[in-house]
Design a protein around this ligand. Structure first.
Ligand SMILES: C[S@@+](CC[C@H](N)C(=O)[O-])C[C@H]1O[C@@H](n2cnc3c(N)ncnc32)[C@H](O)[C@@H]1O
Length: 246
């Protein structure tokens, strides 16, 4: 069982009442869009777009053309059916240059960067398909106490996690052709969003067990309750990062 699998994201969509697998659903997308300077030219690429709800929501706020890529082919096939006004493509961010044509004016990453195995490679690939005034927007988890660096968190789900390390971010971006523009801490929002999420999981118990079985319900409930504990202990936070192409 894995929350980033097609089935995991389908369960999250049921819980969140929308095709979102990121903290804060539509509220956080609006928060991110508020940070983007007016007139930032497109096209826009949603990197690690999952089920496509975020890309389509952004399109409906007036941003276009919208393109979404994700490594999960099943989610991409479904997103293409549900949101025909967004162009979706199955792709690994680490090999984007080989499968995407054209240049982009903006990249949005909603809780996907933490899951990329080689973040430097991913940032470098995005820079290669960015135009010279491109903006990179990363909405993601942070590692405020350095717990992930030393793998101190003994929870299986975190084995592959690489949340943002804000102290190292300027150098990480610069080495890959990006300059850090701003960081807004969202940890208090994350605590509130994950409290709400755990409550929604409890409220939707019957529907989750009915459609996906008790094992999945137990897994999801434990997973997000532990995640909420990590946020409340300041082991995990959240932020919006803006960077510009250099
Ligand atoms: C937590 S989900 C977020 C999905 C989406 N951004 C949203 O907000 O609903 C993380 C997504 O990153 C995708 N992902 C992980 N590694 C990837 C990679 N190397 N290339 C492209 N997508 C990847 C996963 O398949 C998953 O859909």
């Amino acid at each position: 069982m894995h929350m980033n699998s097609h089935e995991g994201k389908a369960i999250l969509a049921l819980i969140r009442d929308g095709d979102f697998a990121h903290a804060g659903e539509e509220e956080s997308i609006r928060l991110v869009l508020d940070h983007i300077p007016q007139g930032q030219p497109g096209p826009i690429l949603d990197v690690g777009c999952g089920r496509g709800g975020t890309a389509d929501f952004i399109r409906r706020q007036g941003w276009s053309p919208m393109v979404g890529i994700d490594i999960d082919a099943t989610s991409i096939a479904e997103a293409s059916q549900r949101y025909p006004l967004v162009q979706f493509q199955t792709a690994n961010v680490e090999h984007l240059v080989d499968c995407i044509t054209g240049k982009f004016g903006m990249f949005v990453l909603f809780n996907s960067f933490y899951a990329f195995p080689d973040q430097a490679l991913a940032l470098g690939q995005l820079r290669k398909i960015a135009n010279d005034s491109a903006l990179l927007v990363i909405f993601d988890y942070t590692d405020p106490a350095g717990m992930f660096e030393h793998k101190d968190i003994k929870v299986a789900r975190y084995d592959y996690w690489q949340p943002l390390k804000l102290a190292q971010l300027p150098a990480q971006l610069k080495q890959t052709g990006w300059a850090l523009h701003s960081v807004e801490d969202l940890t208090l929002h994350y605590a509130q969003w994950y409290r709400q999420l755990v409550n929604k999981i409890h409220a939707k118990r019957e529907a989750i067990v009915g459609e996906y079985g008790k094992d999945w319900y137990d897994f999801v409930e434990r997973d997000y309750s532990e995640m909420l504990q990590c946020i409340e202990r300041s082991w995990l936070g959240g932020a919006i990062v803006l960077a510009k192409a250099i």
